[in-house]
Design a protein around this ligand. Structure first.
Ligand SMILES: C[S@@+](CC[C@H](N)C(=O)[O-])C[C@H]1O[C@@H](n2cnc3c(N)ncnc32)[C@H](O)[C@@H]1O
Length: 269
């Protein structure tokens, strides 16, 4: 996916984040509000707006323990911890993003409620029945072994727990515009159709509460954090190369039905 192949060192990503914050007129010496970082740290289609909507659908409460898989810079985790008061564990396979997430947790004063673990979605470093909610945004499209991904999520959820996610799904034809934000070439592209995704989740043991194609709503919406930011504004370009082209390709792929945007809430009985 975009960002992984660039291999920024932790020092680089921290320096880039600090420079971007200062460039946007924020003072990292003072406590930052998570809402002000939304254009930088919600690294998925629809940005902060999509995260807020998913949080409402997932009905997360203060008492819940949440796991954010493929947490990136942990913007969604900070939104959940600050807005709802819950505790969040993040699993992220890139050390660079882990370092960036820890930096931003510290700068927002949320490091007591959010733990960052370097690890893989396919081997979650938690015992069975640990979480009330598993949260995942724009990560599944980088993981070919969806059966294993879903069974790991099922394993760590408590009975009655919920899996809340959004991601891209396969459309009617194969994507033809590359690079995409999640795939530089066709060989990095691991999408399944919405129907296959739902069937696989149910085969794993999940019960469907919601499985929704939000492509049209997204296309009809306003600009998002994939829209390259103007100078002095925060945006994903701090750590995504070639953002304008990737964002244009993703939009064309959605408009032409080559990919679909999906979100879901699935439950463990
Ligand atoms: C598009 S970013 C989304 C970040 C975050 N979920 C958000 O929405 O702001 C995808 C993230 O998933 C992580 N990732 C991809 N495959 C993973 C895996 N198998 N295990 C853990 N993290 C993974 C990447 O390193 C990247 O940070």
């Amino acid at each position: 996916m975009a960002g992984l192949e660039e291999h920024y060192s932790a020092h680089d990503i921290e320096a880039r984040i600090l420079a971007a914050l200062r460039g946007a007129g924020l003072n990292p010496e003072q406590r930052l509000s998570p809402e002000k970082l939304g254009a930088l740290d919600h690294f998925h289609t629809g940005g902060l707006r999509a995260s807020r909507e998913l949080a409402e659908l997932a009905q997360i409460r203060v008492k819940h323990r949440v796991l954010d898989i493929g947490a990136g810079l942990a913007g969604p985790a900070r939104m959940l911890a600050s807005m709802l008061g819950c505790s969040v564990d993040c699993v992220e396979m890139s050390s660079d993003y882990c370092a960036g997430a820890q930096l931003l947790n510290r700068l927002t004063g949320l490091d007591d409620r959010i733990k960052v673990h370097k690890g893989s979605a396919l081997e979650l470093p938690f015992s069975d029945d640990s979480f009330d909610v598993v949260w995942m945004q724009n990560v599944g499209m980088n993981i070919p072994d969806k059966r294993r991904l879903y069974s790991e999520i099922y394993r760590v959820l408590k009975p009655g727990g919920r899996f809340a996610f959004q991601e891209m799904a396969a459309g009617e034809t194969l994507p033809s515009y590359f690079p995409l934000p999640w795939a530089t070439t066709p060989s990095d592209h691991f999408l399944v159709s919405i129907e296959d995704m739902g069937a696989l989740l149910e085969e794993t043991g999940f019960i469907t509460d919601l499985l929704e194609d939000t492509s049209e709503a997204h296309l009809g919406g306003a600009t998002t954090n994939a829209t390259p930011a103007a100078a002095g504004q925060l945006g994903l370009a701090v750590f995504v190369d070639n953002l304008a082209q990737k964002a244009t390709n993703a939009r064309r792929s959605l408009e032409e039905g080559q990919v679909r945007l999906v979100r879901g809430i699935f439950r463990v009985e």
